[in-house]
Design a protein around this ligand. Sequence first.
Ligand SMILES: Cc1cc2nc3c(=O)[nH]c(=O)nc-3n(C[C@H](O)[C@H](O)[C@H](O)COP(=O)(O)OP(=O)(O)OC[C@H]3O[C@@H](n4cnc5c(N)ncnc54)[C@H](O)[C@@H]3O)c2cc1C
Length: 389
Amino acid sequence: MNDAGSHVASDDIAAIREAVRALCAGFPGEYWRELDRARAYPTRFVQALTEAGFLAALIPEEFGGSGLTMRAATAIMEEIQASGCNGAACHAQMYIMGTVLRHGSAAQKARWLPGIASGELRLQAFGVTEPTSGTDTLSLRTTAVRDGDAYVVNGQKIWTSRAEHSDLMLLLARTTPREQAASRTAGLSVFLVDMRAAKGLTIRPIRTLMNHATTEVFFDDMVVPAENLIGEEGKGFRYILAGMNAERILIGAECIGDAKWFIEKASAYGKERVVFGRPIGQNQGVQFPIARAYAQMRAAELMVHEAAALYEAGRECGAEANMAKLLAADASWAAADMCVQTFGGFGFAEDFDIERKLRETRLYQVAPISTNLILSYLAEHTLGLPRSY
Ligand SMILES: Cc1cc2nc3c(=O)[nH]c(=O)nc-3n(C[C@H](O)[C@H](O)[C@H](O)COP(=O)(O)OP(=O)(O)OC[C@H]3O[C@@H](n4cnc5c(N)ncnc54)[C@H](O)[C@@H]3O)c2cc1C
């Protein structure tokens, strides 16, 4: 359960949506296209969202955050995407801190959260995935070995997004060798690494299909003070899992925003583009795919709302958060494909932003968790089928 209050009424959420839309209007297609070509980070956009308090939505007011609900946070992420912007540049600032909030000591919360809330401390990097273990997180090989009042970290992460644009990284590392751990899931620990001060840390950018500021990170005897261990040693996997519902719900909301953007573009174009003497949208062959994408988006949106409401009420929402992310990612990808088809050749032209948004939304079939793994979760945990991996 998050600690944020549940005091945001629906009309406040409407005001939040309007405020996000107004901010995003200052970052039109040309801004994103230029960054996309240069594979550059949208620093100005992230700063604007930070200053407006949107990225601190889920941090309680006592720590300087906005103290908003999960429903408000989903509205923020959805509106960013629906405006044609790219929240992937900064969405992690919203949810990574949840691990510190839920499992950190009072001293850690007081030390870190106000800076994260103000944006003075950027907590954008989440170091879980490794090249050899992939989705099998429990096989990760990065080690953190206790040495007096510090831990010494060695190993490698991959796809650590925004590491070059973050001050802190939430790192998952093995503190007890797998064969000596008390259980299958024990022996991993979570650290808040201050990358500004870290020695033995190398970050290398990875160019990807879309502009995503992702990297690989190498740890070579990197020293992390023991006071940066979050919660108890060995329980890190549980802490990371606890944060995943929020991540899935928020990314589901981003996908809904993307789907809305594609549907809006296609509907407008269907009315305005005239071929064979009539608007293309007058043909059922063109309008039915738009209508189908809309229906698919609305169904997924309901699941995002249900997951957010359960999360806010402090109720179990693993299945709903996973389904929200699965259905929303499917809806955004279907809408992207439909939009390209509706635009014909112009769907491929950079100036229309459709090909950029299509590349950006494709990620959510794979990250932060792939579609197959969500289906495995549902099969096992909801339907009681045998565990498949
Ligand atoms: C642009 C980008 C940004 C990312 N950002 C971050 C980040 O900030 N931090 C971070 O820690 N990670 C990040 N990731 C990593 C992301 O979470 C993983 O890529 C994702 O979880 C899939 O893991 P993998 O790439 O290792 O695929 P693998 O685990 O190698 O799997 C490959 C394929 O096989 C399928 N598969 C594997 N096992 C099974 C099974 N048992 N049953 C069925 N199918 C299976 C998977 O679904 C996948 O399609 C990012 C990835 C990308 C591409």
